[in-house]
Design a protein around this ligand. Structure first.
Ligand code: HAM
Length: 420
């Protein structure tokens, strides 16, 4: 009879297996600790939302909304989608739960899967994971700098070398129209020579032309004006403020006029941290200010700024030396049936005391048990046999030094804790 065919995972999705999952846990742990040190609290929002939230929030002119959403009609006839990003959900939750009153300066973070129907390649997946960080209700440029500081500190704390911080300012509803008009004027007759996407962008959101990756378009795009040269006075002052704060804490930045970011809600500051060794998908994280989005989604006139880091990309960029391995457990070796019964109790006692401990549950010889202890790279092995038990003792072997000694049964927990 033919074997039943296996059901493959969906393209662009991944199982995270033991061996890799430790790297994920490490990145998640450092991310949480960093956020909490900077005063952020965790929030968890649903993975499924109304499609409209992203059409309005992320923006109709973005690739995400135009081409990449996992949107469908549910059994109740409602248009819903798997979330492609977290920012609109965070804003929705902030408004829905009146967090603007409960937490006037709300600093929130979330972690979880996002979904975009993109062409998968290294660092780009259809289900991927983000750490998302958002601050509501604060306009001072020091806030932009603190958010960027958190992003930068996270990357450096993970030991990711050769990362680069890129910043820009895309202006606000007061100065952006002037810039867009200048952009279209500079394009002039060249517009017809740009790719179809750019022609569409010129009508919906001309800024988006800077997202274009088509090689033939680049010489034309290189000659276009820069948003920073068209900033109104308040936006220009704000941008200087952000850079001054970054300089004061010694975080190096490079300004790039091309950093317009692929989402519609940004005003003023935009930023990304780029990594090496990631190939074409080199943005470890990206974000910016989005004053106006809370109001646009039905809330009060509240400022907002944040960023999201791709966890897959952080894991890919981790150095070999990252301390990802969990501590090896103690291993209890049993000699004979009497030893097995005693070892069973000892393993549980160690675990109850908060220590990682293992034993071989199948009846196996001492040599096979020792082999398993070796494979686990255990730091300490306890040998439990009839003779020692009769004396109220257990043999403790320090696997690093090979040294072996008898210890009193009651002092096992303390002795193991000292070694692990
Ligand atoms: P984003 O630039 O679309 O911004 O995504 C942020 C990060 O998520 C990227 O820099 C990248 O590391 C990761 N990422 C995005 N798409 C994929 C993918 N298909 N596969 C793997 N990783 C990916 C946002 O999502 C905004 N919500 C960020 C933000 C928060 N702005 C303000 N607050």
């Amino acid at each position: 009879m033919a074997a039943t065919p296996m059901i493959a995972a969906i393209r662009g999705t991944h199982d995270i297996l033991p061996g890799d999952v430790e790297k994920w846990q490490y990145v998640e742990r450092v991310a949480r600790e960093s956020c909490e040190r900077y005063g952020y609290v965790e929030i968890r929002t649903p993975i499924i939302e109304r499609e409209e939230l992203f059409a309005k929030g992320t923006g109709e002119s973005t690739d995400i909304v135009q081409k990449e959403m996992y949107a469908f009609t549910d059994k109740g006839g409602e248009r819903v989608t798997l979330r492609p990003e977290a920012t609109p959900s965070m804003v929705r939750a902030y408004i829905a739960h009146n967090l603007e009153h409960a937490m006037p300066a709300a600093k929130l973070y979330a972690m979880g899967p996002m979904f975009r129907y993109e062409r998968p390649q290294k660092g780009r997946y259809r289900q991927f994971h983000q750490l998302d960080v958002e601050v509501f209700g604060m306009e001072n440029p020091a806030v932009d700098a603190e958010v960027i500081d958190l992003a930068w500190t996270l990357v450096t704390q993970l030991g990711i070398a050769q990362a680069e911080l890129v910043i820009n300012s895309v202006g606000c509803p007061a100065c952006r129209p002037v810039f867009q008009a200048a952009l279209l004027a500079a394009l002039g007759d060249n517009l017809g020579r740009l790719c179809g996407d750019c022609q569409r962008r010129s009508a919906t959101n001309p800024l988006r032309i800077y997202d274009c990756k088509v090689p033939a378009d680049q010489p034309i795009i290189d000659g276009l004006p820069h948003s920073v040269d068209y900033l109104c006075e308040p936006c220009a002052t704000h941008f200087v403020g952000v850079k001054t704060h970054l300089d004061a804490i010694g975080i190096a930045w490079r300004q790039s006029h091309r950093l317009v970011r692929g989402l519609d809600y940004y005003v003023r500051t935009t930023f990304e941290v780029l990594g090496q060794a990631l190939g074409a998908q080199n943005a470890l994280l990206g974000g910016g200010r989005y004053d106006g989005l809370v109001k646009q989604l039905g809330g009060g006139d509240r400022a907002g700024i944040g960023f999201a880091a791709g966890l897959e990309r952080l894991v890919l960029a981790l150095p070999e030396s990252a301390p990802v391995a969990p501590p090896a457990p103690a291993f209890v070796v049993a000699i004979g049936d009497e030893g097995r019964a005693a070892a069973w109790l000892l393993v549980r006692e160690l675990r109850q005391a908060g220590l990682a401990a293992q034993m071989e549950l199948e009846a196996k010889g001492v040599r096979a048990q020792m082999k398993r202890a070796d494979r686990l790279a255990t730091r300490v092995t306890l040998i439990v046999g009839g003779d020692e038990l009769a004396r109220g003792e257990v043999t403790l072997r320090d696997m690093a030094t090979g040294e072996q000694r008898a210890i009193a049964r009651e002092s096992v927990v303390t002795a193991v804790r000292d070694l692990l």
